[in-house]
Ligand binder design. Structure first.
Ligand SMILES: [Zn+2]
Length: 203
């Protein structure tokens, strides 16, 4: 049995001898035998199995010109060459449109970032307003006395504070909603104003 199998120097697998036999092209055969012409390609036994050989054979895609040259020199069968040419003719326009799609994707990503920056800026504005108002109330309450006029004012101020808090909460939610919509492919104006989406109600 050992004479009929061989171990590949590349992947280390032991396979039947047939897996190592490789039919050379006419050009390769001529080069190997140092002859100027040959009637048909010779078969050699490689140290690597067919799988490994095919994997390392070619890393660069062939151009149409290279395919035609290989067809003419006999390195590539006409049937195979024609199939490759036909496929290339069909996939080159597809590839071009893929490049355009990528370009569009890139532009879209830029657009989404602009939108996000704009919305984030507004959210921060509402956050700052809420925090600033809360801080100013804390100062006031320390100096406040005990009469009904001040109580009324306190009630107003607390309603206002509640409104600022609500606005900030809403702004965060609106931003999230708009970003979700934009990311799912919906067109959202990059300079959209969060306030346009505010609902009047309080918490
Ligand atoms: Zn191998």
């Amino acid at each position: 049995m050992s004479s009929k199998t061989k171990t590949c120097t590349h992947c280390g697998e032991t396979k039947p001898l047939d897996a190592f036999k490789r039919r050379l092209t006419k050009r390769q055969s001529c080069a190997l035998l140092h002859r100027s012409s040959i009637s048909c390609g010779i078969t050699v036994e490689s140290v690597r199995c067919k799988t490994c050989w095919h994997m390392t054979k070619s890393k660069k895609p062939l151009t149409k010109k290279q395919i035609r040259n290989k067809m003419n020199s006999g390195d590539l069968k006409w049937v195979m060459g024609n199939i490759m040419l036909k496929e290339l003719n069909e996939t080159i326009p597809q590839k071009r449109s893929r490049v355009m799609k990528l370009e569009w994707q890139k532009r879209k990503t830029g657009w989404i970032k602009t939108l996000n920056d704009n919305l984030q800026q507004q959210v921060v504005k509402y956050k700052n307003r809420y925090h600033a108002y809360r801080a100013s109330l804390n100062k006031l309450s320390k100096s406040s006395g005990e009469n009904s006029l001040q109580d009324k004012q306190h009630a107003k101020q607390h309603a206002m504070l509640e409104q600022h808090r609500w606005n900030y909460e809403q702004a965060k939610q609106i931003k999230k909603r708009l970003m979700d919509r934009a990311k799912s492919g919906e067109k959202v104006e990059v300079d959209v104003q969060i306030v346009m989406y505010f609902r009047k109600g309080g918490a």
